[in-house]
Write a protein that binds this ligand. Sequence first.
Ligand SMILES: [Zn+2]
Length: 153
Amino acid sequence: MDGDALTTQPLRCLEDALERCQTLGMRLSRQRRYILELLWDAQEHLSAREIYDRLNRQGRDIGHTSVYQNLEALSEQGIIECLERADGRLYGHISDSHSHVNCVDTDQIIDVHVELPEALIREIEAKTGTRITDYRIDFFARKTLEAQGVALD
Ligand SMILES: [Zn+2]
């Protein structure tokens, strides 16, 4: 992709995402809008199947093929996130670099923006003889007892 500042600014809300589509000359069809609205609203990582099911439950008129094609176009243009998992692809609303907290109890993947201390990055660079330009961290976590609704005293 090109380094155009207009298309590399992080998207922080649904309006940003819609605007990016227009900047990129992507047609903003009703179906495309539905998908973006759903992803920004859900703030989860969903499969194409789940996206299709949820939209149809909301009474949105969108076909299976249209969901797949739009997800592909949107992730190709860097407007949404596409995660390759062993059991298929998941889509999320954040498209710039971010980290994930993977909850092993619930299979939930929570988006977090993590900034590592400068000194740690320098140390890794020195160790590997590289210059780090980007990073994404995968955390693996268990649900806390409080989050499970267990009363602690
Ligand atoms: Zn994510």
